[in-house]
Design a protein around this ligand. Structure first.
Ligand SMILES: [Zn+2]
Ligand SMILES: [Zn+2]
Length: 576
């Protein structure tokens, strides 16, 4: 579970709380809104509903909250583990390129340090869980209060000339629908919704945990110098520290005098930077290890132009956030208002704000791409970690080496691809890990000149001939369906294979020159280019061997035995 899944879970709960409140209001109607007696009866009835609403919510959401809370700990522990692992990779790389400024901690001390770190992490998790529990109680209480307020205000609005019952209720619930169920008060007095708060709290805690994990690894190696990354769009509060070398006295055990044990140079402390604003809530800045003598000396200066751009980007980002909030607000009002005319008016507003949002994001395309590059970085890191689960050692080695040769960038096209020209893997934002493996196999193909030298061609065509004789005049898809029903997705019309079989689908599409389409494919023109079938087959094999799904691999072996054996042979030959 990711942080944003948790945020979504809270958003869904808020939505349900509001929807069921409004359903109660819609169900019981006041016919004559000028009559106090009818309102008195209505209020009594609504107050009863409120009691039931309260009880039902306690029961219904109590267990959902505890479910979410248990996952919060998971997310934070993961972040710390990732920090620890990423830092190990970084340090080993620096050592490989000749870094000597480390002093490894004796093994006997490491266990002690590990325990200390665990305790710190558990304290952090408990604190976040405790705060979340408080916020969860608060949203239920807030929903009750808002319901009660609406029950009393509806009549007030009816008396001041709302016109209809529906309009009176819409007026009474308008503030709540506009703002959402704001239930958490920040230190500056501002109110926030549960999902806003969860987002902030979780991001902050995960970041701390990540930095702590990294710090633990640095402590093992006795490295304490870090550098705050200089980015294109730093937060204003962090700007003064970007590109600066600091001694990490918070997570990496750096000395409080700020003196590097390696060079004797004095640097500012990270603890002072934090008290001056670095790593504020929702901060997107970060630091990496500064390997004295190895890392490039910092460039902490921003030009006037860069500074102006940063300020402009920041203002734009704020405007985008505001427009997004407006869209959400009017969507909520459209959805939950009772009166048709109100709904229409709000719908118009929602459309207007969507237009504003689109204009802003278009204008800010460069900023979005910057943001996306971060996602790509995350994706590629996640992929690197996933390699640990690859069972086949040769595939693991090949992918790992290829990973180190390529660069990852955001794709501006609709699909991910490997560019033969510049050796870059371009990824769309939603690219899954098997797709990254697929693209890396294209790179491996290029590096070793595999399909270029005609490999796989013979095997593919003889497997195809076999497939044709096997289907004996019948449609290949019918034969496949009767032989491997599990391969197909029941929920989809026609012959569409499940996601994990997408590699097989693409190869068959290519083999049949585009005649057999099982849902995942390239374009017909693409297959007409000589060599593309072998190239794609190779990369699809790479995807499937990376995923290592036994069912998929056994279908592959049965359908394309010669190609499969040849693929395995090439892998072994390359790795020798
Ligand atoms: Zn920041
Ligand atoms: Zn491909």
């Amino acid at each position: 579970m990711r942080d944003y899944d948790i945020e979504d879970a809270f958003a869904a709960i808020e939505e349900e709380l509001i929807a069921s409140m409004l359903r109660n209001m819609k169900r019981h109607h006041v016919e004559e809104i000028a009559e106090d007696k009818q309102w008195a009866m209505w209020q009594a009835m609504q107050l009863e509903s409120l009691e039931r609403y309260k009880k039902a919510n306690q029961k219904k959401f109590g267990s959902r909250f505890s479910d979410i809370n248990s996952r919060i700990g998971e997310v934070i522990r993961e972040a710390s583990k990732h920090g620890y692992m990423d830092q190990e990779t970084e340090i080993l790389k620096a050592v490989q390129s000749g870094f000597l400024g480390y002093r490894r901690m004796p093994d006997t001390m490491q266990a002690e340090f590990f325990k200390l770190n665990e305790r710190k992490l558990e304290t952090l998790i408990r604190a976040v869980e405790h705060d979340m529990e408080k916020a969860e109680t608060a949203i239920l209480r807030r929903a009750d209060d808002q319901y009660r307020k609406a029950i009393f205000n509806a009549q007030v609005y009816a008396n001041t000339g709302a016109g209809t019952y529906e309009k009176a209720v819409d007026m009474a619930t308008r503030d709540m629908l506009s703002a959402g169920l704001k239930c958490v008060v920040y230190a500056n007095g501002a109110m926030h919704t549960l999902q806003d708060y969860a987002d902030m709290a979780l991001r902050t805690a995960s970041k701390r945990a990540y930095l702590q994990g990294e710090g633990l690894k640095r402590q093992e190696w006795g490295i304490t110098t870090v550098i705050v990354n200089k980015r294109g769009n730093p937060c204003p509060k962090c700007l003064p520290f970007c590109g600066k070398i600091l001694i990490d006295d918070v997570w990496s055990g750096g000395s409080k005098d700020g003196i590097s044990p390696v060079t004797g140079l004095k640097y500012p402390l990270i603890s002072s930077a934090i008290s001056a604003g670095l790593y504020h809530p929702r901060c997107k800045d970060s630091h990496t290890t500064y390997f004295e003598g190895i890392s490039t000396p910092p460039d902490s200066k921003y030009t006037r132009k860069e500074l102006d751009q940063i300020a402009e980007d920041y203002r734009n980002e704020q405007k985008i956030q505001h427009a997004k909030q407006q869209v959400d607000k009017y969507d909520r009002l459209v959805k939950h208002s009772l009166d048709e005319e109100d709904k229409r008016r709000y719908r118009g507003k929602a459309i207007e704000w969507r237009k504003v949002l689109k204009k802003l994001t278009d204008k800010n395309f460069s900023l979005l791409l910057k943001g996306m590059d971060n996602t790509i970085k995350e994706r590629s890191k996640e992929f690197y970690r996933s390699l640990l689960n690859v069972e086949d050692d040769d595939i693991y080695q090949l992918l790992q080496q290829s990973y180190k040769r390529v660069q990852f960038k955001a794709s501006k096209k609709r699909r991910s691809y490997f560019s033969q020209k510049d050796g870059v893997v371009y990824l769309v934002e939603k690219a899954d890990q098997s797709t990254i493996a697929h693209e890396l196999f294209h790179e491996i193909d290029r590096t070793y000149g595999i399909t270029k030298s005609g490999m796989l061609k013979k095997e593919l065509s003889s497997d195809y001939a076999r497939l044709q004789s096997m289907s004996d005049g019948k449609f290949i898809q019918d034969v496949l369906y009767s032989k491997y029903p599990d391969m197909f997705d029941e929920s989809v019309e026609g012959f569409v294979v499940k996601q994990e079989y997408r590699g097989i689908s693409d190869i068959i599409h290519g083999l049949t020159g585009g005649k057999v389409n099982l849902g995942y494919r390239h374009s017909m023109e693409y297959w007409r280019i000589p060599g593309n079938l072998q190239k794609e087959a190779w990369a699809q094999y790479g995807r499937m061997y990376y995923s290592g799904d036994e069912r998929v691999l056994s279908v592959l072996m049965e359908l394309l035995p010669e190609t499969t054996r040849e693929f395995e042979r090439i892998i072994k030959a390359v790795m020798k």
